[in-house]
Structures are given as C-alpha cells and as structure tokens.
Design a protein around this ligand. Sequence first.
Ligand SMILES: Cc1cc2nc3c(=O)[nH]c(=O)nc-3n(C[C@H](O)[C@H](O)[C@H](O)COP(=O)(O)O)c2cc1C
Length: 347
Amino acid sequence: MTDNLFQSFALNDTIHLANRILMAPLTRCMADENLVPTPAMAAYYGRRADAGLIISEAVIIRPDGQGYPNTPGLFTPQQIEGWKAVTSGVHQHGGKIFAQLWHTGRVAHPHFFGDGEVMAPSAVGVTGSVPRMRELTYQVPKAVTHDDISKLINDYAQAAQNAIDAGFDGVEIHGANGYLVDQFLHFDSNKRDDEFGGSPQNMARFPLAVVDAIVARIGNDRTALRISPGAYFNMAGDPRDREVFDYLLPQLEQRDLAFLHVGIFDDAMEFDYLGGNASSYIRAIYNKTLVGVGSFTAQSGSDAINDNKFDLLAIGRPFIANPDYVTRVRDNVELVEYSDEMLAQLV
Ligand SMILES: Cc1cc2nc3c(=O)[nH]c(=O)nc-3n(C[C@H](O)[C@H](O)[C@H](O)COP(=O)(O)O)c2cc1C
C-alpha cells in the first residue's frame, strides 16, 4: 500500500505536484566539454517526467565550483540553451523540474577550471582525490574574502535567474553533502573568526544570504534548499554543529521556502549530536514541507509519510535503474535493481 505517494501535493500557490515522489538530484558527469547538457540528457530527464518533481543533477554556478568531470553548468548562454531542451522535454511530458545549484567549495579542483584558486570558508582541505581521477588530489583552499563572498552570493542569484530563463520551475540550493554552503555550517570546515564563523549566527550567515539573494531574484515559492545537519561526506561531524542547525532551521522556516530536503545517502544513519537520524532531527524543529530521502523503498517511504516523518519522498538510485519508477510502483510491477555499473550509461 503506497497510495499516499500518488496524492497530489501543493508546495505553495505556485507549484502543484501531481504526486509525492521526487527524483533526487543525481550527478551523472555526462555534459559536453563546455558543460552544456546534451540531447541524451534531455531524453533521460524526459523519460522520468512522471515524478511529481525532478531535481536535476547538481549544476555548477560558475567555473571554480567544479569538482567532477563533465558536470553541467548554468553560467553561459550555451548552457542555458542546453537546459531549455531538458526543461521543455520534461514539461511536454507533464512533469516539473528544479535545478540544483552547486558550488563544491573545497572539493573543487583547478584541473577543471584552468588553475584558478580553490575557495572555501577556511584554508582547511579535505584528504583524498577526485573520484576515478586519482592523480587529482584535493588542495588546501583559499579562505574566501568578504569580496569573494559578495561575488559568490551574486553568482548564486544569477544562476537562479539563469535557471528560470532556462525554463526550470525553481531551484534547489545544494547546501548539503560537504560542498560550499555546507562548509560554512560545520566546524570541521569553518574556522573563521569574522562575521561568517565562530557562532551559529555567523556560520549561518552565508547560507542565509544565498537563500535571501535567490528568493529576492526568483521568489520563495520557487526556492528550495538541501541540507546535511549530519556530516557524512567530505566532512567530519562536530557536536557543536547541532547549535548551528538549531539556529538555522527556524530562520529557514521564516523564509517559507518551497521545501527543505534532507541530504543523506541512508536516513537510517544516526548522529550522536543530532540525537538520532537527520530527518527526525529536522522534523522536530522545522514545521514546513520536508523531503525525506536515503535508501527508502516506495513502501518504507510511504510508511514514513504516513507516520508524519516527512511530506514528500525523494528517490535516487532506483530512478537510475527504473526510468518508469513511478509507473512501476503504481502498477505494482517489480523494479530493476540498481547497480553502480549503470552509471556508465545514460538510459
Ligand atoms: C550517482 C549519484 C549521484 C548523486 N548526485 C547527487 C547530486 O548531484 N546532488 C545531491 O544533492 N545528491 C546527489 N546524490 C545523492 C542522492 O540525491 C540521494 O540522496 C542518495 O542517492 C540516497 O537516495 P537513494 O537511496 O534513493 O539513492 C547522488 C547519489 C548518487 C548515487
């Protein structure tokens, strides 16, 4: 019984979803050499348009945000044109699609953007290298200046405008998974002692400024955010992080965003300093639309919605394996099991 997944859901007066299943953002590294989405990408998204809402793979807002090969951008006219083919395909099939706006911060690599600087809140690197590109080890970033911060905020807002110009229904700010916005929110990566670090209010300042700049540009009804209060990827958790999110969440609630989305691979994962898993922690203090995700099946996600753990269910890997995921679940047809080899091809 997964009936609740097939109920329509109004994010607000502007955006009505046909069902409660979202396609989670899934980086596929298949854009062309100019980071322009290809016709194959348009077909891939078009095939998944019966999701209540597709969230695009993460899209870089400017060149120095890139940390993986062939991730698409939203900062050149060609990229905007390329995305128009994607969004119109999804709309023709009756779907809706948000762009996930991304800057990888300290996980960026100059290999991808012509030897510029890697930028992050503080000069604290991550160990390791770009996946499947072992020779590209991560660098110690430059701590951003106030001028860098102003430019980043403007570039996020411009990318949001570009997303609307490209036909997206809205944007999800990628504030999760250890990338730039998230790097401000955790003590592991934010060691600043100015107004952007050192206290919950200060550590939330940049993320909230990005939210506010985008809301001012495209409206709160078209703006969403993904966050990872539980550090699990490119980030070490710190018990003090809890206070940062305790402060951030009521602030976000006041902004009345389209939705808030948990950034996690497995929502069964528990974090000592959150007193449990990420979605329960957020749900206890945030009273607006919450998207749950992370190793759910349609049934376990439907049960979680039934138990009021979140309002909408995002599905990631099973959507790679099953373009017709929504139809299969509705018609009770067996799903194809996901495997990592499927990432080699865009089907
Ligand atoms: C291949 C792959 C690419 C991903 N890319 C992104 C991404 O671009 N942005 C993001 O926020 N999360 C990304 N994620 C995380 C997913 O959105 C999702 O949280 C995760 O896969 C857990 O959901 P699932 O168990 O339904 O797959 C990615 C996950 C996978 C497997």
